[in-house]
Design a protein around this ligand. Sequence first.
Ligand code: HEC
Length: 150
Amino acid sequence: MKRALITLLGAGALVGGVAVVADPKPDDAVEYRQGIMMALGWNVGPMGAMVKGDIPFDAGQFAFHAGRVAVLAPMALEGFPKSSAAAESHALPALWENYADFEERMKKLEESSAKLAEVARSGDEGAMKSQFGDTVKVCKGCHDEYQEEH
Ligand code: HEC
């Protein structure tokens, strides 16, 4: 296991794709984070539709998307390096001025979505819907503060 991981990291280094990009170009960081955000939205969409009753509730599908969100959430923060503050994006200046709060909110998203994935594995519909509400509140709370309306 450990050996496989080391091999994997080595392969990543060869193609320049290790987990933490030391000094990404600001525009690359913007594209990356918008991609992660889009992927979050992509997976939150069907869960939201199930919670609202727009499509039938399917515990398996819900758990699938919840698992995706839990994997994506910890990948978001690295797309917001301070070096990208001046790059054109929908991030508000307040984000860079309150970076510790922003990081805190990302941490909350990580925790809430991990819990969502865990609850989803239990198949308890009520608990899934309730935890989903908690997770999207974290999305919205951060957007209200730090994402330009568009
Ligand atoms: C800690 C803050 C924070 C959290 C939490 C957060 N977002 Fe975002 N999100 C942002 C910011 C800032 C932007 C604007 C990024 C940019 O334009 O560079 C954004 C942009 C987006 C976009 C638009 C992407 C684009 O291409 O312009 C979507 C969709 C999105 N977020 C979905 C989500 C979903 C779904 C969640 C929760 C599962 C979430 N976000 C959680 C801060 C956050």
